[in-house]
Write a protein that binds this ligand. Structure first.
Ligand SMILES: [Cu+2]
Length: 123
């Protein structure tokens, strides 16, 4: 049933624009996404990490765009939900409107601002 299981544990660079402190470990996110057969709904878990520590309590907004088709898609942003069973674990569901290569954008809104991105292929 889970036809396309997209796994990604890439280390993402935080495009942080508020934290000048070099003492802080970088923020990163590990995505695990899946879509049901024929479906354009991408269901993801994301683990937010500060160094090796799961980072809980963040407010996360998720959106997506196709790098190859800028301004064409209008994907409704969603807020991620915290999954209480593990520190730093969140989940979200994105309704996409096309197969192909998507750039998932994670906006960390609280307690500090950062942007994390990940490329996902919806085959
Ligand atoms: Cu497109």
């Amino acid at each position: 049933m889970m036809k396309s299981l997209l796994r990604c544990t890439a280390i993402l660079l935080s495009l942080a624009f508020t934290e000048p402190s070099l003492a802080k470990a970088p923020l990163r996110a590990e995505f695990q996404c899946a879509s049901l057969e024929e479906s354009l709904v991408l269901t993801c878990r994301v683990k937010l990490l500060r160094g090796q520590q799961g980072w809980s309590g963040a407010k996360l907004r998720v959106s997506a765009d196709m790098p190859s088709m800028p301004m064409v898609h209008r994907i409704k942003p969603v807020m991620a939900d915290a999954l209480g069973d593990e520190a730093g674990l969140y989940r979200f569901k994105l309704q996409l409107d096309m197969r192909g290569r998507w750039l998932i954008r994670l906006d960390v809104l609280e307690p500090e601002r950062a942007v994390l991105t990940e490329v996902m292929n919806l085959p």
